[in-house]
Design a protein around this ligand. Structure first.
Ligand code: SF4
Length: 703
């Protein structure tokens, strides 16, 4: 970072990538962000990872959308066949007036001809709380149904389902920084060193102070060398391993009887259920030796204060909700919720996936996770939005269900803001075929994403460093973002675009400032009590905040849960195998995830010069013995084939994966991992099984 003479202005905001929510200071010179410095936010205390520090110049990339675009009448058929550097072959530039008329006119025409159900919406966890709130309100008020969702469905939907079911709240019970008060922590199905790097620094410090870190992951990872126990269990075998740990805690009477009696229900059923899951019986399924299971059980149950962190290795399975149910049961039976240094913490992925979910950008819940089917909740909302008897009281469709209905021709129009389902959906060729069938697709984004290639109208939007509003991180911390630079060209802030679209669809919206949206959210979201726009100008506030001077509660549920009788619930989980098993045709296991340098579908980080220089080419990880068996050198190309399709990709040697496994990052369009992934979903969270597919790996010649 240079000294103050090197820049014209400094603006405080929040990193746009992961759910850690690091606070940053943006140094601007000649209208461009030149440096990013970590500042003293509660989640990062000045720290940043490589993405936050160096991954900012995508906002000035030549591919930024700067004018509204309308698909040309003589454009080739819809597909990924658009060059982001030369998109006028498929689109023509338009005025905002013309583009908004086309966008709203097309959606209104479908509503008139086929009813509101013919239009659905995907909002974004990359946008602010206010933008997420407005987006779900537009779909609900404008089209009279709840078919609105976002990428939480592909991320932690199963964790949220289990948390709401068993502890009554979908957010973390303790901030990750609470690990400083813990003496034992489990990290399962998460790779924080790559995906939540600043959180990982706190986890490493915890071990330096003598804390015991139990890492559970089918893949080796950066926290392995800090771990007291590293359990590389078989992919998809989480429930068998976790039930075996809990079996030991029951058999050896290591549970907290007093806590269980005071704060939980259904314990006897859980206890009975666990009897069959002895470590010996589970070893053939999970691959972990009984003595290791016993040692982990004794270590966790013997802790004074213990936390459990998990990521998408837990959630992205057809038994993702069961995986989370096990983790919740483990914490409850040992009384490890509600005290300093204890708690349940699903590490949220996107920078604002917590906030977007809180704001109601999900098909079954209104803001603050209040059920769309509850008449009292609807009355509450009517009091603020105005009476609307026509608005459906049925749960809406989720991301993958909406795509299936698009494919079937029942949904004919979509409004997609800042999401890239043509890269992120499982079995993505199916999703792309579906989007090509849409009669009217409005995409609002900062780049010509793969999804925007299928659009009829493209509305140029703003990056986070160009926005005003609030975001909520994995810790439930609400923070202000502020514009360091204006959006380029004619691009606009997302909330303003949504407001104008709503007005053109006939909704009586009168917002002129984003703070008015926040004030309205407070009327329907008790979680924001005592958090004001004024406070957020100078403070980060963790919800719940008990008074206008309370910075918020880092740990919640010390004295009961927001469930009937204040009791959390044990929900027993049985072993359900992955949806497809390897066989002779597809003998290996494929799992997907992120890399340190690239974020999700790559639309931002692959246009960030430093990050792209470090990690420029699509790659997959194979064990060195597997490479030898295939006759492949690191850097050679391999072909990965599943029951859905094939990709060609460069192979890397990586001892972190087992010999029967391949790891594929999903950021690369030229070798899109999601061409291969299995769309089978968890029945509760409706999350696809991204973490397990049967795959064939073959050597090929690089062309
Ligand atoms: Fe950004 Fe997450 Fe890195 Fe912090 S840890 S700088 S929020 S990507």
């Amino acid at each position: 970072v240079g000294d103050s003479a090197d820049f014209d202005s400094e603006t405080e905001s929040v990193c746009p990538f992961c759910g850690v929510g690091c606070k940053v200071s943006l140094k601007v010179k000649d209208g461009k962000v030149k440096y990013v410095e970590g500042i003293n936010g509660p989640a990062n205390e000045g720290r940043l990872c490589v993405k936050g520090r160096f991954g900012f110049d995508y906002i000035h990339h030549e591919h930024r959308l700067t004018k509204p675009l309308i698909r040309r009448e003589d454009a080739p058929p819809k597909g990924l066949n658009v060059d982001p550097g030369n998109l006028l072959t498929h689109f023509r530039e338009a005025t905002w007036e013309e583009a908004m008329e086309a966008a709203a006119g097309g959606l209104a025409k479908l509503r008139q001809a086929h009813g509101g159900q013919s239009v659905a919406g995907f909002g974004s966890a990359k946008c602010t709380n206010e933008e997420a709130y407005l987006f779900q309100k537009l779909i609900r008020q404008g089209f009279k149904h709840n078919n609105v969702d976002h990428c939480t469905r592909l991320c932690h939907a199963s964790s949220v389902a289990a948390l709401i079911e068993n502890v009554g709240s979908g957010a973390v019970t303790a901030t990750f920084n609470e690990i400083e008060n813990a003496d034992v922590a489990i990290v399962i199905g998460a790779n924080p060193v790559e995906n939540h790097p600043v959180a990982a620094t706190y986890f490493k410090q915890f071990t330096k102070r003598g804390g015991k870190l139990i890492v559970m992951d089918p893949r080796g990872q950066g926290l392995k060398r800090f771990a007291s126990h590293m359990l590389q269990f078989r992919p998809g075998a989480d429930v068998s391993m976790l039930n075996a740990i809990m079996n030991v805690i029951v058999e050896e009477n290591l549970y907290d009887q007093q806590y269980i009696e005071a704060y939980t229900e259904n314990w006897e059923a859980e206890k009975e259920h666990l009897k069959a899951f002895t470590p010996e019986a589970m070893e053939p399924i999970c691959g972990i030796a009984p003595e290791v299971i016993r040692d982990v059980a004794r270590t966790f149950a013997g802790a004074n204060a213990a936390m459990i962190f998990w990521g998408m290795g837990v959630s992205q399975h057809i038994h993702g909700t069961d995986n989370s149910r096990c983790l919740i049961s483990l914490a409850l039976m040992t009384g490890q919720v509600g005290r300093p240094g204890s708690g349940l913490h699903p590490l949220r992925g996107q920078n604002n996936v917590q906030g977007a979910s809180d704001a109601g950008l999900i098909p079954m819940f209104l803001p603050d996770y209040r059920s769309v089917t509850d008449p009292e909740v609807r009355e509450d909302i009517f009091g603020v939005w105005g009476r609307d008897e026509d608005w459906s009281d049925q749960k809406g469709l989720t991301v993958t269900e909406i795509v299936d209905q698009v494919y079937a021709g029942n949904i004919k129009g979509m409004y997609i803001q800042g999401e890239n389902p043509a890269m992120s959906d499982p079995d993505v060729d199916h999703a792309r075929e579906a989007f090509a069938k849409l009669e009217h697709l409005v995409v609002q984004d900062i780049f010509l994403t793969e999804t925007a290639c299928f659009a009829d109208v493209i509305l140029p939007a703003s990056a986070l460093y160009e926005k005003n509003g609030t975001v909520s991180n994995t810790n439930r911390q609400v923070q202000r973002v502020r514009p360091a630079v204006p959006p380029p060209g004619e691009a606009r802030e997302d909330w303003a675009i949504t407001v104008e679209l709503a007005q053109r669809l006939g909704l009586p919206w009168e917002y002129t400032d984003v703070s008015q949206v926040f004030d309205e959210m407070k009327q329907v979201m008790p979680s924001l009590d005592n958090i004001t726009w004024e406070r957020l100008k100078t403070e980060t506030v963790t919800y719940p905040s008990l008074s206008e001077t309370d910075p918020g509660q880092a740990v919640v549920f010390g004295d009961g849960f927001p469930r009937p009788d204040g009791r959390a619930r044990f929900t027993p989980a049985s072993v359900i195998p992955p949806d497809e098993a390897p066989d002779t045709e597809y003998p290996m296991i494929m799992t997907t995830g992120r890399q340190l340098e690239h974020w999700h579908t790559g639309s931002m980080t692959r246009r960030a010069s430093v990050l792209d220089a470090v990690e420029p080419e699509a790659n997959c990880s194979l064990h060195p013995k597997t490479l030898r068996r295939l006759g492949v050198e690191p850097g050679d190309m391999v072909r990965l084939t599943t029951r859905r399709g094939s990709i060609d990709i460069m192979a890397r040697s990586d001892r972190a994966v087992s010999e029967d496994m391949v790891f594929v990052p999903f950021a690369y369009v030229e070798a899109a991992a999601n061409v291969l992934t299995n769309p089978a979903i968890d029945p509760y969270g409706k999350i696809p099984e991204f973490k397990f597919a049967a795959v064939r790996v073959e050597a090929i010649t690089r062309v």
